[in-house]
Design a protein around this ligand. Structure first.
Ligand code: SF4
Length: 467
């Protein structure tokens, strides 16, 4: 499966957001810019930065990539020692300018800004609860709900107790950053579905969805924010509070498999190393004879290397991705979608012609991308194509912020492995087991609801078969 800014297949999974915060460092907005740049893979539709310069809260945001929304002139509007930023791919609330984060709120008790990664499953219930109490919403985003909840009792300033009470009302996946003029609160959901890490930079602190964004600004990793924890950062340093005694470590398996950058560490496990092990276990699960191992760029390369190392079959760069494909807002026609694969990917004929190929991909959603890649390799002369997927079969939709198809559209929800293999025109098809996935991360648990339907929360009004 491929991931980039141009979803012309309509078959990609999308992460919805990344968050980044800086406290106590000179020119915090500039660092937030670099942090967001490193998190760009988590959302390409929109981005923004909010910063406090003394009492004044300023937000600059817009639709587009970080390099499109910000230039020096825009960055110069932001200053101060405290900033939060956000990159977005829309899920709940849809796209559109009004849903671009961070959200800034002007309140007589003090202005504040908020940025959010994840998805709440009880947002409709919470919106109703607040509306009957007089709240009016500017956007349809989950994030605004939290803002109303923390301010619902009209207390004089933002207090940790208000935040903890509000967080306890939320159900779902979230990593929230709340910024007041002298504080950042970093909050993670009690199931630990979305990643959030704390870093140190000089005398200041940094909060990020992924460690790769710490590295880019020279910050030192301190620790992961724990599930059910709020970390308060201010001029006294950092303080930890628990808003929930319930605590699981159900990190989204897709963060490891597909979303996170390979140079990030999630809860102590490097993403590239995790993926390499999935490739190794794929081979051990179902050894296959072939001439060459090929990974679908970019996110399947690590697993392909692992498969190659375990099997002794040489790894080759049999597929090349066009990195410079332009963003477009033109809705693609079916014909364009067909052409899309040629725009995005090319097979290296001299490496695959006459060869038996093991093709490693990280996942199959609808199967349309897999079919096109198999055809691409056949047209380049591959003799046999054995598709190996470095994750279990996706059979259920995600309600925690990962935009995947409805259940009816998921290939593996509709058909068994043999039928799916025929559908994508492969010679054989195998998926990684759930046990191997846990083993790759040396973990006892992960969220794997999209593979097994075991959702860690109630789904409220969300329906398995909803459109
Ligand atoms: S259902 Fe799947 S995509 Fe969604 S949070 Fe769980 S593992 Fe991640």
């Amino acid at each position: 499966m491929l991931k980039d800014s141009l979803d012309i297949y309509g078959d990609d999974l999308h992460e919805e957001c990344g968050v980044f915060g800086v406290f106590g460092v000179e020119n915090a907005p500039n660092l937030a810019y670099y942090g967001l740049h490193a998190l760009q893979h988590r959302g390409q539709e929109a981005c923004g930065i909010s910063a406090f310069d003394g009492d004044k809260l300023t937000t600059v945001k817009g639709e587009g990539l970080v390099t499109e929304v910000f230039n020096q002139q825009k960055l110069d509007k932001l200053s101060g020692h405290i900033a939060i930023g956000h990159v977005r791919y829309s899920t709940t609330g849809g796209g559109g300018a009004m849903n671009v984060q961070p959200f800034s709120f002007h309140h007589y008790t003090g202005d504040f800004a908020l940025a959010h990664n994840g998805n709440l499953v009880n947002s409709k219930e919470l919106a109703h609860y607040l509306e009957v109490r007089g709240s009016l919403f500017h956007s349809s985003s989950d994030s605004e709900l939290l803002a109303h909840l923390v301010k619902k009792d009209k207390s004089e300033d933002m207090r940790i107790n208000n935040i903890m009470e509000a967080l306890n009302m939320l159900e779902g996946a979230f990593a929230f950053l709340i910024m007041t003029k002298n504080r950042i609160y970093a909050c993670r959901d009690k199931h630990g579905l979305r990643p959030l890490v704390l870093g140190k930079l000089g005398e200041g602190y940094v909060i990020s969805s992924e460690t790769c964004a710490l590295d880019i600004i020279g910050a030192e990793y301190v620790r992961d924010i724990e599930p059910g924890e709020v970390v308060t950062i201010d001029h006294h340093g950092i303080r930890s509070s628990r808003y929930s005694q319930y605590q699981r470590h159900l990190m989204c398996a897709m963060e490891y498999i597909y979303f996170a950058r390979p140079d990030s560490d999630i809860e102590g496990c490097n993403v590239h190393s995790f993926r390499k092990l999935t490739g190794r276990y794929l081979y051990e699960q179902c050894p296959t004879k072939a001439d060459v191992v090929i990974g679908v760029p970019d996110s399947s390369i690590s697993a392909a290397i692992g498969y190659s190392e375990a099997s002794g079959i040489p790894y080759e760069m049999g597929l090349v991705k066009n990195k410079y494909i332009a963003r477009t807002f033109i809705q693609p026609s079916q014909e364009m979608r067909e052409k899309g694969v040629r725009m995005k990917l090319s097979a290296v004929r001299s490496l695959v012609k006459g060869k038996s190929v093991v093709l490693i991909d990280d996942s199959i959603v609808r199967g349309t991308t897999s079919l096109r890649i198999v055809r691409l390799l056949r047209e380049a002369g591959a003799k046999e194509i054995h598709v190996r997927i470095a994750s279990p079969a996706i059979t259920h939709p995600c309600f925690y912020g990962i935009d995947m198809s409805t259940r009816e559209e998921l290939l593996s929800a509709r058909m068994n492995k043999e039928e799916a293999c025929r559908k994508i025109e492969a010679d054989s098809l195998e998926f990684l087991s759930e046990e191997s996935l846990l083993k790759a991360g040396n973990r006892s648990e992960l969220c794997m609801a999209c593979f097994n339907g075991c959702y860690p929360t109630s789904l409220y009004q969300n329906k398995l078969n909803k459109e």
